[in-house]
Design a protein around this ligand. Structure first.
Ligand SMILES: *Cc1c(COP(=O)(O)O)cnc(C)c1O
Length: 372
């Protein structure tokens, strides 16, 4: 029997273009945060999203922290966060000293439930932080409307949503500020890295100063407040620019892979990602029905060289986060849809390099297990 190569859930696509840029950055000697690639990457990224400003930072977590801090979010404020996300979303809120309020997600879209956001509002709500989970755009129309009525900011966590659109506009560029991550498993990577985008000129200037120790833009070595070193390096940006030049191909590959899964699994009693031409399909995922044992499915897939990952654990179930308010769509305490999805969701191999035969291999293994 021939052993087929293992299929990872995600892996970066790195080629000659990346090698060329990184080598050039190395040879130029500009290895830290000064250098031409940073500005070139920022400019091209802003143009891709369709916003006036982009500020490159060292990772996605600090992108969120920087945006929240720059908007004055701090102790005494509440920030509404979906319960089903990567923990960085909640950690960024806590890093400002503000209080996260966890809200349930929509059972169909897996993204934050606007009804739950509405129920979670309080006098202290300063910001709403929607997450475009697994590449699916949130209902930004509903969220912006709620935020306007509540006089709160919207900051998008678009770490998983790069390339997704909502009503013809790219996510991340639809609110006060949008935050991205370029970790190795994201749509484009810089190793570690992130970006904050905004259309607000004053906010952009503030982000730029705060990510470099509160530097006065007009006077060298003069700093006006306590701030951070959150800059991206020229080496990272060299990699990022090469990646960004290929983003259309990466997105097309993600959508093609998802299409292959849908052809084979769409008729079964398991739920796939919400079907939407606006989704970036960063991850192709399935939510199993309750009578299927997820651990068994994942172990059997692994025995055939197919890596899979469970959905995120809800924020409200983490030992250090379970004391904060958690609000369901009907206003009750708790996040039942996030809990249900969390125990039954599986991310499948979703890399851009997958071919149809790889997806066929994953699906035939899955279908056997579901029939058992
Ligand atoms: C990846 C990710 C982050 C954090 O990005 P890092 O670059 O790893 O710090 C934040 N939020 C979400 C939803 C993510 O997926």
């Amino acid at each position: 029997m021939t052993t087929l190569p293992p299929l990872p859930v995600a892996s970066p696509t790195i080629g000659e273009r990346e090698q060329h840029n990184v080598l050039e950055a190395l040879q130029s000697g500009w290895v830290s945060s000064t250098g031409p690639y940073v500005e070139a990457f920022e400019r091209r990224f802003a143009s891709y999203i369709g916003v006036r400003h982009a500020v490159a930072v060292s990772n996605g977590t600090v992108a969120l922290h920087l945006a929240l801090h720059a908007l004055g979010v701090g102790p005494g404020d509440e920030v509404i966060v979906p319960d089903l996300t990567f923990v960085a979303t909640a950690h960024a809120v806590l890093m400002t000293g503000a209080t996260p309020v966890f809200v349930d997600v929509d059972r169909a879209t897996w993204c934050v439930s606007p009804a739950a956001v509405e129920k979670a509002l309080s006098q202290r709500t300063k910001a709403i932080l929607p997450v475009h989970l697994y590449g699916q755009p949130c209902d930004m129309t509903a969220i912006e409307a709620i935020a306007r009525r509540a006089d709160a900011f919207v900051i998008e966590d678009a770490a998983q949503g790069l390339g997704a659109t909502w009503q013809g506009r790219r996510v991340g560029g639809m609110s006060k500020a949008g935050c991205f991550s370029f970790f190795g498993n994201k749509l484009i990577t810089t190793g570690e890295g992130g970006m904050v985008v905004t259309n607000d000129d004053a906010l952009a200037a503030r982000l730029r100063s705060l990510h470099a120790h509160g530097l006065d833009p007009k006077r060298r070595y003069f700093h006006t407040e306590l701030a951070f070193n959150y800059r991206m390096t020229n080496l990272q940006a060299a990699l990022g620019l090469a990646q960004l030049e290929q983003i259309d191909e990466f997105l097309e590959a993600k959508r093609r892979v998802h299409g292959w899964y849908r052809e084979r699994l769409g008729h079964l009693s398991i739920q796939l990602n919400p079907s939407s031409p606006d989704s970036a399909y960063w991850m192709s995922s399935v939510v199993l029905t309750t009578h299927i044992d997820r651990a068994h499915v994942m172990a059997r897939l692994a025995s055939r060289g197919v890596e899979s990952r469970p959905f995120f654990v809800p924020m409200s179930q983490m030992p250090h986060l379970c004391g904060y308010r958690a609000v369901a769509a009907d206003g009750e305490s708790g996040c039942p849809s996030a809990s249900e999805l969390s125990v039954s969701g599986v991310n499948l191999p979703s890399g851009c390099h997958l071919i149809e035969a790889d997806v066929e291999r994953v699906c035939s293994a899955l279908m056997e297990l579901i029939r058992e």
